[in-house]
Design a protein around this ligand. Structure first.
Ligand code: BGC
Length: 742
């Protein structure tokens, strides 16, 4: 039966039933939800599962003895740091394959909110402060998932850029800021990947819940952008299901029978009409018909986990960002390494909440180094193993739980308590990973002995964050705890006295303050939350088997107070905010730093490599509605490596006040051996040069400087492009007349 016939066949009750989810999934343990089935006409229930770092289902089910292991991929902020479209498509495809083989029809990913403030508790699930980078990476991720027949969901539409009071906070933002930054990321991703679904955010936008906003869900999404997919609510979002359906929601999640009753009642009272119900339900059915479930696919329960762990490893390696390197890295494979910091023993794989994953293993930094045959200082390792238990349990015991919990779960299943055990072990691991462990327990004499017999000190500083909370309190999160600072200071003093290097690894969901300690150490490698293969990937980058090629997808601040978006954080009134005003307008991230000439700790797009690249022969051409930027990139250093070529455009300052420059295109090279080169061509649609003012998009006439570089501040080549006339577009990107009153 085709879609129209099915809609005709359904009773009104059935149609309304389909608009409301069936609650948290009962078919797949751990999946976030499912739609309702209409058995009479063989409409199955489709399963929706989180999330951005991999399929979040429980590794065992009550009903059978099988295991359902999924891969913990690196978190979104790391994926964006790769700037590698093909690689992200590969990650998306692997996630899609796991969903497919476990019977998940739609992934609730990727997350596409903007890193407006570094403290947002869910930034690890989001890509960047820049809408172009976010949109392009999201599109690649969606294309990957959907290439295997599983749906992807862009979330959270829109401006859910902080967690404090997320269920009701009212975001006040100008239409320009929304169009150029917050909506733009979604718009690009929709245009380039056509996602099956979009999830409306919890928060209010300019006074209305996003899930109840006709402007957002009907005018912008359907009428202007012509989006044809399904729009669902976030879980328990908003306060009025009737308003939600009227505004443009197709599916209320997770849903319950009371909402079905309320909607039926509303229909009887004339508050909802049949045309609206038909429109809303047709998109739910459209998704169901596309689903593998409807197509009769039988999951194998055997995804290729080995292949996927290699993809998780590959992505991790490419997303690490080397911030500093004073001749400390790469390490020699014969180096003797003293490994400090709780995070080296319990490396944080990912964030908490719906973006969490439950893999079979997580390779810690020490295990990764050992796996590569590196000599670790065993005495220090033993000290950590002995000292840590007195604070928070036994490392070996915890690791054995991690390794064998699947067996435990199976045994417990026989006793009927597996659900409890799954939850218990997951939470215990997370809890222990998070516990504050004083780091300054080493006696100075012991430390001297360690420095004497090793070549290098490695210190891992770990942070975790998660859904529902922003990164507060600041001390111990954005700022180091005193004991962590002490550890860095003491280890650096002693190792430097012995002429040995100190390398710091930042295992963090977002920036932390480094200004007060970065001069103490020789190298800083940001590994973000790198997923299950963490330690393997870290070891290989430290050892120079891979040159770091990640670049910051955000501006790394010196301190919080220099960031304009932090001034109003977390909103008004401060103690329990109901409103947050985006007073900085479009000046978010580097748009602020660069325009107002403020120096961040490390700029957007920044990242060192072990090798060096030269840029040559820049050519800029305008062809129809495209700007073509061509150049050669040559590896002039001593190691193989990949470069991220970034194109920033500095517009003429005409009538519209604009950021001094914006990222308009980028490309990562292939792996270039020393002496090798690649010709890179980056094509930028002319519409990308526009600003939003007076209800339309305008590319102002004048001279544009095309700046090509390895970061927003390391511009290596530049050229010019002149536009003689203004070019204007309406909100659907059709060419339109410009106001010629200038
Ligand atoms: C989160 C979503 C998630 C949903 C289902 C919500 O709390 O905001 O991102 O997809 O739960 O787990």
């Amino acid at each position: 039966m085709n879609l129209d016939n099915i809609v005709k066949e359904l009773t009104l009750e059935e149609k309304i039933t389909l608009l409301i989810g069936a609650g948290i999934s009962k078919t797949i343990l751990g999946a976030a939800g499912e739609t309702r089935a209409i058995q009479r006409i063989a409409i199955p229930s489709v399963v929706l599962s989180d999330g951005p770092a991999g399929v979040r289902i429980y590794p065992a089910r009550l009903s059978d003895k099988k295991t359902y292991i999924t891969t913990a991929f690196p978190n979104a902020v790391l994926l964006a740091s790769t700037w590698n479209i093909e690689l992200i498509e590969k990650v998306g495809k692997a996630i899609g394959e796991e969903a497919k083989e476990y019977g998940v029809d739609v992934m609730l990913a990727p997350g596409l909110n903007i890193h407006r403030i570094p403290l947002c508790g869910r930034n690890f699930e989001y890509f960047s402060e820049d809408p172009l980078l976010s949109g392009e990476i999201a599109a690649a991720y969606v294309r990957g998932i959907q290439s295997v027949g599983v749906g992807a969901t862009l979330k959270h539409f829109v401006a859910n850029d902080q967690e404090t009071n997320r269920f009701f906070i009212n975001v006040i933002a100008s239409e320009r800021a929304l169009r150029e930054i917050y909506l733009r990321a979604f718009e690009i991703a929709i245009e380039k990947s056509n996602p099956w679904a979009i999830m409306a955010a919890y928060n209010k936008l300019n006074g209305r819940y996003c899930s109840q906003s006709p402007w957002l869900l009907t005018k912008v999404l359907r009428e202007e952008w012509k989006y044809e997919g399904l729009v669902m609510t976030d879980w328990w979002a908003g306060d009025d299901p009737i308003e939600q359906i009227k505004a443009g929601i197709n599916l209320i999640m997770p849903g319950d029978d009371n909402i079905v009753k309320r909607l039926l009642e509303a229909y009887k009272q004339g508050l909802l009409d049949e045309k609206t119900v038909n429109d809303r339900v047709s998109r739910v059915l459209n998704l169901v018909l596309k689903s593998l479930k409807y197509q009769g696919y039988t999951p194998s329960f055997k995804p290729d986990l080995e292949k996927h762990s290699e993809i998780a490893y590959e992505a991790a390696v490419e997303g690490f960002v080397l911030l500093k390197n004073d001749n400390a890295l790469p390490l020699s494979s014969s180096a003797r390494i003293a490994v400090f910091g709780k995070g080296s023993y319990f490396t944080v794989k990912g964030g908490l909440g719906s973006g969490n994953t439950y893999p079979k293993h997580v390779v810690s930094v020490v295990d990764g180094l050992r796996g590569r045959g590196i000599t670790i200082d065993e005495e220090l390792d033993n000290i950590y193993r002995k000292v840590l238990p007195s604070f928070w349990g036994n490392v070996d015991f915890m690791n054995s739980i991690r390794r064998s919990r699947i067996d435990l779960i199976k045994e417990a299943d026989a006793l009927g308590v597996s659900w409890l055990l799954i939850d218990f072990t997951e939470h215990m691991l997370e809890y222990l990973n998070n516990l504050h462990v004083p780091e300054n327990f080493l006696d100075i004499n012991v430390l001297e002995g360690i420095a004497y017999r090793n070549d290098v000190a490695l210190i891992t500083i770990s942070r975790i964050s998660g859904e529902g909370f922003d990164r507060l309190p600041l001390k111990g999160d954005f700022y180091l705890r005193d004991d962590e600072f002490d550890l860095i200071k003491k280890v650096s003093e002693v190792f430097h006295r012995f002429n040995k290097k100190v390398v710091t690894i930042l295992n963090v969901p977002g920036p932390i303050e480094i200004d007060s300690w970065r001069d103490l150490v020789d190298a800083i490698l940001v590994v973000w939350l790198p997923g299950q293969e963490a330690g393997r990937a870290i070891a290989d980058v430290l050892l120079g088997r891979n040159s770091p090629s990640g670049r910051l997808p955000l501006s790394w601040p010196n301190n919080l107070y220099e960031i304009p978006t932090m001034r109003g954080f977390p909103g008004e009134p401060k103690n329990n905010p109901v409103k947050v005003v985006y007073g900085e307008d479009v000046y978010v991230g580097y748009r602020y730093y660069d325009t107002f000439n403020v120096e961040p700790a490390y700029e957007f797009g920044y990242g060192l490599s072990y090798t060096e690249f030269e840029y040559r022969d820049l050519e800029i051409r305008k062809e129809n509605d495209m700007v073509k930027v061509k150049l050669k990139v040559i590896n002039v250093g001593r190691y193989p490596g990949k470069e991220v070529v970034q194109v920033y455009i500095k517009p003429p300052q005409g009538r519209i006040d604009k950021p001094i420059q914006e990222l308009k295109g980028f490309q990562k090279t292939k792996l270039l051996n020393p002496g090798c080169e690649e010709e890179v061509e980056i094509v930028i649609p002319i519409k990308y040069l526009s600003s939003f003012a007076e209800g339309k998009w305008t590319v102002e006439r004048g001279i544009y400087e095309v700046r090509v570089g390895s970061s927003s501040r390391r511009i290596k080549l530049s050229g010019y492009l002149e536009l003689e006339n203004d070019i204007c577009f309406d909100v659907s990107w059709n060419r339109t007349r410009c106001n010629e009153g200038n």
